[in-house]
Design a protein around this ligand. Structure first.
Ligand code: FES
Ligand SMILES: [Fe+2]
Length: 427
């Protein structure tokens, strides 16, 4: 059972907090590339780990990420002018390059620009995503080249939505696979609902899920095991990559990677990233394209990019729960799988009081995650390198399958989950 101090250790992400320091060991996704589509386009606000930042694409195409507030007298650089390779504050005309160096001052006849620097963080663009590193410059980890970021752009998509609660309960909700066939259950076949369709997922509905979890150097892998018809077993193999990434199989019959990043904006808000990549060469569908452009229902999230990627379904309107739909259509009466997840996680409050929980064996992934995160904060305090900082996760893939009772599903899934290199499967 965790105490409240332990909860603070695991949840609070500001500078100087144990988890804040840990988060600053990793690259973080901050924007989709299309949000900074053109050189010299308007800057974009970024809220990350409790810091207010502003991102801009300079004339040469590079991306700067600066403290939002001008170091002169703290006007917001969001109002700034994105000029020739620099962002200029509109108050007194100080201009900063992507490294945060002041390069011009309009109000100072005897310029001291060379002595002024603002906070800036390194960025990288990989897989249609802009990433940032907020940690010490001498500890910058290898670039975050997840396997899905390396497939052709036409075969991958990324979307995001704000979740109004602490990042850890959002992460835990994603790693907890035992809710899958309950929370997301459809009560009858209905193509209009995004909940699970009973026919297609009948195998998933047959009894509870058993979890097997194996720690790795990047976090852990785990298997959700369900009994199927005729003594078969349906096993889904996932990866958890420190500190907030999940790679999950897409469901029967597809060769894709699905996954999430649960990125802390601050202690009470999380940017939930959804990504998928197709490994059979299939281009995106119209629906995918819509999601990619941030339009449409974004897999049912109903977000508006102009409103900071907030969902219209939120705590203030009870996620638009429809009680008639709950009686006949879906288990929750809330439209969309991702919204169902977000609703239950937000419903716990901004930071759940973990001292009041009553956990069981099916919460194994949740418990393991907390233990890994706690260990990682402690490792950092001892000047050790936390799990997942080194690039041991590049080639990971999720995998799943239906197996006969006596089949060695573990060996088969491991081969599919580590397709590019041999690994010590017992670590
Ligand atoms: S506040 Fe930015 S230049 Fe003065
Ligand atoms: Fe879920």
């Amino acid at each position: 059972m965790t105490d409240i101090d332990d909860n603070a250790r695991l949840t609070l992400v500001g500078p100087g907090k144990p988890m804040g320091k840990l988060m600053r060991c990793y690259w973080m996704p901050i924007l989709m590339s299309w949000e900074l589509a053109e050189a010299d386009a308007p800057p974009v606000r970024v809220r990350l780990l409790g810091e207010d930042l502003v991102a801009f694409r300079a004339t040469d195409g590079s991306i700067g990420l600066l403290d939002e507030y001008c170091p002169h007298r703290r006007a917001s650089l969001f109002l700034g002018r994105n000029e020739e390779n620099g962002l200029r504050c509109v108050y007194h005309g100080w201009k900063f390059n992507t490294e945060g160096q002041c390069v011009h001052q309009m109000n100072e006849p005897n310029s001291f620009a060379d002595k002024v620097r603002t906070t800036s963080y390194p960025t990288a663009e990989i897989g249609g995503v802009v990433w940032a590193y907020l940690g010490p410059s001498d500890k910058k980890p290898p670039l975050p080249k997840f396997d899905w970021t390396q497939v052709p752009a036409a075969q991958r998509t990324v979307t995001k939505v704000v979740q109004e609660c602490n990042w850890l309960q959002a992460l835990e909700g994603g790693l907890d696979s035992s809710h899958f066939s309950i929370l997301h259950r459809a009560l009858r076949d209905n193509p209009l609902q995004e909940g699970l369709e009973p026919k297609k997922w009948a195998i998933a509905l047959n009894g509870p899920t058993r979890l097997e979890l194996e720690p790795t150097d990047y976090g852990y892998r785990y298997f959700g095991i369900r009994s199927g018809k005729d003594n078969s077993v349906y096993v889904r193999g996932y990866h958890f990559v420190m500190p907030f990434t999940q790679l999950r199989p897409p469901g029967p019959g597809r060769k894709q990677v699905h996954g999430h990043f649960w990125v802390p904006m601050d202690d009470h808000n999380t940017m939930v990233w959804n990504f998928y990549a197709d490994y059979e060469g299939n281009p995106l569908t119209e629906k995918d394209e819509e999601a990619l452009a941030g339009r449409g229902n974004n897999y049912g999230s109903h977000v508006d990019p102009k409103d900071g990627f907030k969902s219209i379904r939120n705590r203030s309107n009870d996620w638009l729960i429809d009680r008639a739909m709950q009686k006949t259509e879906t288990f929750t009466g809330i439209d969309g799988v991702n919204q169902q997840d977000r609703a239950v996680q937000e419903s716990m409050g901004l930071i759940v009081d973990r001292s009041k929980e009553r956990l069981g064996p099916s919460d194994r992934a949740v418990v393991a995650t907390r233990r890994l995160l706690r260990e990682a904060t402690e490792a950092l305090e001892k000047n050790e390198t936390p799990r997942g900082v080194d690039a041991t996760y590049y080639d990971l893939l999720p995998a799943e399958g239906v197996f006969k009772q006596d089949e060695d599903w573990h060996a088969k899934l491991i081969a599919a989950m580590y397709p590019k290199k041999e690994r010590d499967v017992t670590m």
